[in-house]
Design a protein around this ligand. Structure first.
Ligand code: SAM
Length: 246
């Protein structure tokens, strides 16, 4: 029996600070990469679209973007970031949203696949992604490479700077046998602390390829970053391109 979390819980807890949590993300590179996979004006769908970090610039480039997310608050922010209303939104669990096979590309970035903390359900997410795209259509997954996590041997703490008077303290506990992370995100500022505990499940690259194969996706390419860099030993994350087989 795998673990279940409320799919909207992360976004509902962290939507106020989310846009300041990942200042180092190569958003421009990701937009360029994803746009390069499809023809101008293509139909694309983002699973776990959040506040529209990628969905908005892709729509601005003329792609027809559909954004799926389980958190109403994240989608509110996405719509606020898309004043022209060109992006269609769907509030749904990415393990359950049915696809109609009409999209040219489905993408899940920033470790969103790992936020579904159960292997079988992660395969379901990949099935839903495959189901959304046309035969031969692309599915792109960006996740971290977890090997380094197994070296810690004990819980560890990291601190993120959110603003001049707000920080996030992340306490991370790794369960290497079950490939689970328990992370307590504590937002500290304005004289108060709020905590959110996130449970996630990581997968290794070859495992991910097998899961994708079970979902009807064939592996096409793997890169160490959004600029097409080689995926080498020690890489912290990867961008993997799959294609729907039939
Ligand atoms: C790490 S954020 C990534 C957001 C956006 N893709 C980006 O790159 O900035 C993950 C997003 O996935 C959503 N999410 C997590 N689990 C989900 C699920 N099971 N179904 C739908 N959305 C989910 C969260 O609400 C959040 O907005």
């Amino acid at each position: 029996m795998g673990y279940r979390v409320r799919p909207e819980a992360y976004g509902e807890a962290l939507h106020e600070v989310y846009d300041r949590m990942y200042p180092g993300e190569d958003t421009a590179g990701a937009v360029e990469f994803l746009a390069s996979l499809v023809k101008p004006g293509a139909k694309v769908v983002e699973f776990g679209a959040g506040t529209g970090r990628l969905a908005v610039p892709l729509a601005e480039r003329g792609l027809t973007v559909h954004a799926v997310d389980a958190s109403p608050s994240m989608l509110d922010k996405l719509r606020a970031n898309d004043p022209g209303g060109t992006i269609t939104t769907e509030c749904a669990d990415i393990a359950e949203c049915k696809g109609d096979g009409t999209f040219d590309l489905c993408y899940l970035v920033c470790n969103t696949l790992f936020m579904v903390p159960d292997a079988e359900r992660q395969i379901e997410v990949l099935r839903r992604a495959a189901e959304h795209v046309v035969p031969g259509g692309h599915v792109v997954v960006e996740v971290y490479e977890p090997t380094g996590l197994h070296r810690y041997g004990r819980p560890f703490v990291q601190v993120r700077h959110l603003s001049h008077d707000q920080i996030m303290i992340d306490h991370t506990d790794v369960d290497p046998l079950r490939q689970l992370l328990v992370q307590v995100h504590s937002v500290v500022g304005g004289g108060k602390v709020t905590n959110y505990t996130e449970l996630s499940r990581y997968a290794f690259p070859r495992e991910l390829d097998l899961m994708a194969r079970l979902a009807g996706l064939g592996h096409e390419a793997r890169y160490g970053d959004w600029r097409g860099g080689e995926f080498t030993h020690g890489a912290r994350s990867h961008v993997t391109v799959y294609r729907r087989r039939t």
